[in-house]
Design a protein around this ligand. Structure first.
Ligand SMILES: [Zn+2]
Length: 615
């Protein structure tokens, strides 16, 4: 781990791999570009180059060399973080003269050491039960769910974190441990004392004490103004008092505003005592409508524009053999290559995808990957369990898959087919809700988007398996669709042509109710042929007749279903009959029942799906 002068990305990858192979949990941090944080806050970031890129990073550290290397090769410029507790580390972070004096009292042994912007990091092996990060005068001891920025990360002053020696990491000495244990106890007392009143709140406890008190007040129903007023009084006991803006921020953060406020966030991650109280306070807060509307929602991180974003559940319905898998593979390909899919906005950077394949044989998968040009793709991982898994019934299998998802840091997880992911009946509401509860908790915690291809319940009608799709025919209980942010359907029209149905979009950004005709080629993937064009009455009539599944429809039935007047219908039916698409059977009293002529569907489809067709 010497600091020779390799260019940043390969060096970062190399070092990250070395850390992972010694069992340290490596996470990516936002980096710095021209001294500005690469996160979306940019210049206004309060912790430039020093905060994790991943949600739930505490449990997602990479401990495999290849994985860590790959991440930093693919994300040049990311800084490297090490999660202390899961790496078995306790790091003394000294950043001032005062800190040096504190550390001197502990008579610390020589150990692995890194140079930081204002001081140094001393790496020790953690001992005994987990302790959490704790502040001392002029220094922090980082442990538990704390993390450190590791070499060769960039610093805000233009320099780099670097190792100053390559000594072995020695065990934390008794002196340090005693200090940490004592301080943990004192901290609990101090924060608790501050709640009771009277005592001075020293530097290092101020944020925690005020946030904790604020949490309790919020929990008891005080408004932001009331909490702020109380905190301003309490702040007089702080030595020195906090900046008024920080006090306002604490009052605001517990009052139900932005949940990712840095202070509350840090409390949640770093300080268990206060975290519990802050979280208890944050639970079940009733907000008025204006309060709710004033809340800042988190920025959506799009993977494929309005079709797929971080944390979303996308269900793709389609009959067997209608190209669901090809569609999913194209979506995945765009994601891992960081390219746009179907003209939707591309992801900010190439994504990592896990395909949980519960059905296909190895050769089928290999062939598909080769055909889609994904066989050389590193951003795509496959988990094949052809016998299926039982997330609802087997704690061991659930833990195994959770471990894989957690360690992999995936942005997208595809589960295909879903019915083989649980032991229950996918048509059973309860069983589906239970399965989704597991998967939804994971997508929330690990921040991936869940993609579920599903087959259709109703058999396709017409020749060559063509049928009209409806969202309600997607296999599985309604629990699957209900919790999905986006539901689309894919329907094969003819060789290399498919129709994409937009059925549901919770955000309202997709053309729900519309259909796009897609042209597919191995070289270019999908191309949208008739985006945004209005579906013609002829097409709607044919669709309705096909839905009738050979039952036929009268003028009055068609009129009711489509909202088209009989006189208008007569004109359309005459045209369709002349084109040989439909035929009428005449009843005893001269009433006509219309049927689709199945052998003519192909011709009709070709007609309406052609790009230049008048729709
Ligand atoms: Zn930042």
């Amino acid at each position: 781990m010497s600091s020779d002068a390799l260019p940043p990305a390969p060096k970062a990858a190399e070092e990250a791999a070395a850390y992972a192979s010694r069992g340290w949990a490596v996470i990516p941090l936002y980096g710095l570009r021209d001294g500005v944080c690469t996160c979306r806050d940019g210049r206004s970031c309060t912790s430039p180059g020093k905060h994790p890129k991943w949600p739930a990073w505490q449990t997602r550290g990479m401990t495999e060399a290849g994985e860590a290397a790959m991440w930093f090769l693919e994300h040049p410029g990311d800084n490297i973080g090490i999660v202390c507790g899961s790496s078995g580390l306790m790091v003394v972070d000294i950043d001032s003269e005062e800190g040096e004096r504190t550390a001197a009292q502990w008579d610390l042994p020589a150990t692995l050491e890194a140079r930081t912007r204002r001081g140094r990091h001393l790496y020790f092996r953690a001992r005994g039960e987990t302790v959490n990060s704790i502040k001392f005068a002029g220094l922090d001891v980082k442990a538990g769910n704390g993390f450190v920025v590791a070499p060769p990360s960039a610093r805000a002053d233009g320099g780099m974190y670097e190792w100053v020696n390559d000594l072995a990491v020695v065990e934390a000495p008794e002196s340090l441990m005693q200090a940490v244990w004592r301080a943990s106890t004192e901290r609990k007392k101090s924060v608790a004392g501050a709640m009771v009143g009277g005592e001075t709140i020293p530097d290092g406890y101020r944020d925690d004490a005020l946030a904790s008190a604020a949490g309790t007040m919020r929990h008891r129903g005080l408004t932001e103004e009331e909490i702020l007023a109380a905190l301003m009084v309490m702040n007089k006991r702080c030595d020195p008092p906090l900046d008024e803006r920080d006090v306002q921020r604490i009052a605001r953060s517990v009052s139900g505003y932005q949940p990712t406020d840095p202070i509350l966030d840090r409390l949640r991650k770093d300080a268990p005592l206060v975290r519990e109280e802050a979280e208890a306070a944050a639970q079940w807060s009733v907000l008025s409508a204006p309060e709710l509307c004033a809340m800042e929602s988190e920025t959506q991180e799009n993977f494929a524009g309005a079709l797929l974003w971080r944390g979303a559940r996308l269900v793709i319905g389609g009959h067997t053999g209608h190209g669901k898998t090809a569609f999913v593979l194209e979506l995945v390909k765009a994601a891992v290559q960081g390219k746009p899919f179907l003209g939707f906005e591309r992801p900010a950077e190439p994504l990592r995808v896990l395909m949980v394949d519960l059905e296909q044989g190895l050769r089928t998968v290999q062939r598909r990957l080769k055909l889609s040009g994904l066989s050389e793709c590193d951003g795509l991982d496959y988990l094949r369990v052809p016998d299926g898994i039982r997330l609802d019934q087997s704690p061991a299998e659930r833990a195994e898959l959770e471990g894989i998802v957690k360690r992999g840091g995936y942005d997208i997880v595809v589960i295909d087919p879903l019915y083989k992911a649980h032991g229950g009946d996918s048509l059973d509401e309860r069983a589906m809700v239970d399965l989704m509860r597991v998967l939804d908790a994971w997508r929330e915690q690990y921040g991936f988007a869940l993609v579920i291809p599903m087959h259709m319940r109703k058999p396709p009608s017409g020749p060559q398996g063509k049928g009209t799709l409806s969202m309600h025919d997607v296999f599985g209980s309604s629990g699957l669709i209900r919790g999905a942010e986006v539901v689309v359907g894919i329907e094969r029209l003819e060789e290399n042509r498919a129709r994409l149905h937009f059925w549901k979009d919770r955000e309202g950004d997709l053309p729900v109710g519309k259909k796009w005709v897609l042209k597919f080629s191995a070289a270019d993937g999908y191309e949208v042929l008739n985006e945004g064009k209005i579906v013609s009455n002829d097409e709607r009539i044919v669709t309705a007749l096909r839905d009738a599944n050979g039952g036929g429809m009268t003028y009055s039935q068609l009129g009711t279903e489509l909202g088209i007047k009989k006189r208008t219908l007569e004109g359309h039916m005459a045209g369709l009959e002349k084109d040989g698409v439909v035929e009428a059977k005449v009843g005893p009293r001269g009433s006509k029942t219309w049927f689709i002529k199945d052998d003519e569907i192909d011709r009709f489809e070709a007609l309406v799906s052609a790009p230049e067709a008048e729709l």
